[in-house]
Design a binder for this molecule. Sequence first.
Ligand code: ZN
Length: 398
Amino acid sequence: DIGQCLLHRYRHILGLWQPDIGPYGGLLNVVVDGLFIIGWMYLPPHDPHVDDPMRFKPLFRIHLMERKCATVECMYGHKGPHNGHIQIVKKDEFSTKCNQTDHHRMSGGRQEEFRTWLREEWGRTLEDIFHEHMQELILMKFIYTSQYDNCLTYRRIYLPPSSPDDLIQPGLFKGTYGSHGLEIVMLSFHGKKAKGTKITGDPNIPAGQQTVEIDLAHPLQLPDIENLRDFSELSRIVLEVQEQVRREEQEREQRQEGEEHSQQAASQPASPLGGGGGGEGAEGEETAAGAEGTTQDKAPASQPFVLPMGVISRNEDYPRTCRICFYGTGLIAGHGFTSPERTPGVFVLFDDDRFGFIWLELKSFSLYSRIKVSFQNAQAPSREAFDEMLKNIQSLAT
Ligand SMILES: [Zn+2]
């Protein structure tokens, strides 16, 4: 049976994939849909509407029931399906090719192609976007991504494995990234750390990089309600924890060195991880205990939340209560991923489907909202396979 043969041949490409498209990345979902296997590219909603559903458009389809084995069509452009090709390069990697790229061209030339792309990607015209730097970024993305003409190489990505102890369900989120618009980030849990990995990226921080890291061992107590708007107060609290984290890392390193040099590490006065040991130890313990209570049993208490004065948010429509905050770091870099640096910040958990990150040095705020799509064939075969995948997409980005 021919359908069977094709399903067999292409069943390896079902699931989630990330295209290799410079810093931009992307999210492709390959599914069986009636008589076709279809590759859907998932796009974030228009900036800054982070709670809106994802958008998707087909990039290719494979006929399952045709006489000619393996008819592949390119769906890129606006002139309907045309001749394409798919090559399975190796396990967890395949590439697509369009054989009729003239089908991508528009009668109005580049100008019309750009305007159409802009309307789809941003839901706006260039005249609507007053910010000059943003116009440059948009133009750059169009020029860069359109040159591929749907000839792309894809690498498999997995959804993060979950465990009952996780703060919230891990998974994919849409997040606001200032002038770069909305990007797709994968939240995963790794013991006392949570990681946000970029599935789509930009010229500053490319896809594959770890945009935020959350230190679950260091919950943060936000300033009192009357000082919530005071940026310097929040800044003071975060930098204090940063200092504490630095000290603990030092102590751990010294302890390790000590253990290497003499088997007897008992001489170290340092308390075990998380114990604090510094002057504000009591305060640290108090917040840690509070966090423990919230992450485990009972429904978490909510506390008022408002962004400090001077912190810029793309979306003023962020939640005004939160459950818990943690110390974290966010990756910033110049164009072309030059001089990357992890800078201190605040991870804010709003509810099961939304979180935020305050970038202290940038004085900006990112709001993340869960992508509520149930992707099939996307589970990692093991935690090791997932970790390996994260490592691979990160190394490819640099
Ligand atoms: Zn094509």
